[in-house]
Design a protein around this ligand. Structure first.
Ligand code: GDP
Length: 412
């Protein structure tokens, strides 16, 4: 079996979670458009077919129809798992949250936290999903970044820490100051491609200094070394600061906050960097529990390594216009080649894996094998339903079953 170049630490399985209308679709589309234009499949990962992206005009019409869509950013593979935004799909949201490692929570910067964002937030809390927040719609009348951040404290009890501050607001929204780099990101064109990184505008220098101080103080809570430097008023490197922010985020005790306007294309690059810098890879995740398929008794914890037996969870089934029934699964351990057989331990049925594919916004990328950490679409499964465990043929393990969720009551 050919080794993949892309190691597990370079994978991010994330969801974009939001109150309906906050801009989840627009933000996702901008991410796919931007990453798609910057990358050709095949150049990062081995064992994949080289395919061309559609011409730019067609890319503009990107829609996310897949349960998991793959994008590349700075030599990382980002799998974006679709999470339904409507409260009626609570069970589906929970299922999606189980298979992802981190999330971007999108809010409307004019209203901040809304009742439905509370519901998804509490579901993400339940599964300890590390999150970053994105205050979208900074171009909208009434948009107010710091008020919106405050609603995360008041309504969610979260610990939001701005990593950027906006330059302008409403019709004058121009970009952001990044408080780690202490640089301004200014967008010059409507397609989001043309932006420059410049010095901080004079009138924002003071507040940027003040907010950077707050950021360091918040991050230092999670890193003793940083705390000592901070107290001793010594120089702090960007790498040290980022590492402390990452610790707090993975601990589920700090939420890095960004802002922008997905609609006006002033948004995406800093958020993509944040996904890479702060959200976990499959290696950062706690082991998954496996149970006996007969008795339901706990058997062992599953480490995300390809040396263990194959174990995966089917989390979504879709009908694809080209390949028919497509079952999306998250692989928790081991690896699997196309053409091989697996046991659906939930149903006690043997199934054949005919084809394996990563879905991009506009292409299918066929692969010969998948391994722990991957999220992939499978062709060929006949009897597998969502929530079923797929395992190696001699296995008698099932993964944690999805409990029927308790109703989430939102308090405002
Ligand atoms: P979703 O329901 O969360 O997926 O939200 P959509 O992405 O469909 O966006 C909902 C509405 O908000 C649409 O009319 C979008 O055009 C609009 N919208 C999305 N992003 C922005 C933004 O950055 N600024 C403004 N003003 N409107 C936006």
């Amino acid at each position: 079996m050919k080794e993949r170049k892309l190691t597990l630490d370079k994978i991010r399985n994330i969801g974009i979670i939001a109150h309906i209308d906050a801009g989840k679709t627009t933000t996702t589309e901008r991410i796919l458009y931007y990453t798609g234009s910057k990358h050709k499949i095949g150049s990062v990962d081995d064992g994949t077919a080289e395919m061309d992206w559609m011409e730019q005009e067609k890319e503009r019409g990107i829609t996310i129809t897949s349960a998991a869509t793959t994008a590349f950013w700075k030599d990382h593979r980002i799998n974006i798992i679709d999470t339904p935004g409507h409260v009626d799909f609570t069970v589906e949201v929970e299922r999606a949250l189980r298979v992802l490692d981190g999330a971007v929570a999108v809010f409307d910067a004019q209203v901040g936290v809304e009742p439905q964002s509370e519901t998804v937030w509490r579901q993400a809390d339940k599964y300890s999903v590390p999150r970053i927040a994105f205050m979208n719609k900074m171009d909208k009348i009434g948009a107010n970044f710091f008020n919106a951040v405050q609603t995360m404290i008041d309504k969610l009890g979260a610990n939001p820490v701005p990593i950027v501050i906006p330059i302008g607001a409403e019709a004058d929204f121009k970009g952001v100051v990044n408080l780690i780099e202490m640089k301004a990101y200014l967008w010059n064109s409507d397609d989001g491609m043309d932006f420059e990184i410049t010095d901080i505008p004079e009138d924002l220098k003071e507040i940027a200094e003040e907010k950077r101080e707050d950021l360091i103080a918040a991050a230092a809570e999670f890193d003793e070394e940083l705390m000592e430097l901070y107290i001793g008023e010594e120089e702090i490197s960007n790498a040290q600061l980022k590492s402390a922010i990452r610790k707090g985020t993975l601990d589920n005790n700090l939420i890095p906050v960004y802002c922008g306007s997905a609609f006006k294309n002033k948004a995406v690059q800093p958020v993509l960097d944040a996904i890479i810098d702060f959200l976990p890879s499959p290696l950062d995740m706690p082991p998954v529990k496996a149970f006996d398929e007969q008795t339901g008794e706990f058997i062992k914890e599953i480490e995300p390594t390809k040396n263990e037996d194959f174990l995966a969870l089917a989390f979504k089934i879709m009908v694809d216009p080209y390949v028919g029934k497509l079952t999306f699964m998250r692989v928790y351990s081991g690896s699997l080649e196309k053409g091989s057989y697996v046991l659906n331990t939930t149903k006690g049925k043997k199934e054949r894996i005919s084809r394996l594919m990563f879905m991009h916004s506009d292409k299918r990328e066929e692969v010969d094998y998948v391994r722990a950490g991957d999220i992939v679409g499978v062709v060929g499964l006949k009897d597998t339903a969502t929530g079923d465990t797929l395992a190696s043929e001699n296995s008698d393990l099932i993964l944690e079953k999805l409990e029927f969720p308790e109703p989430v009551i939102s308090v405002s």
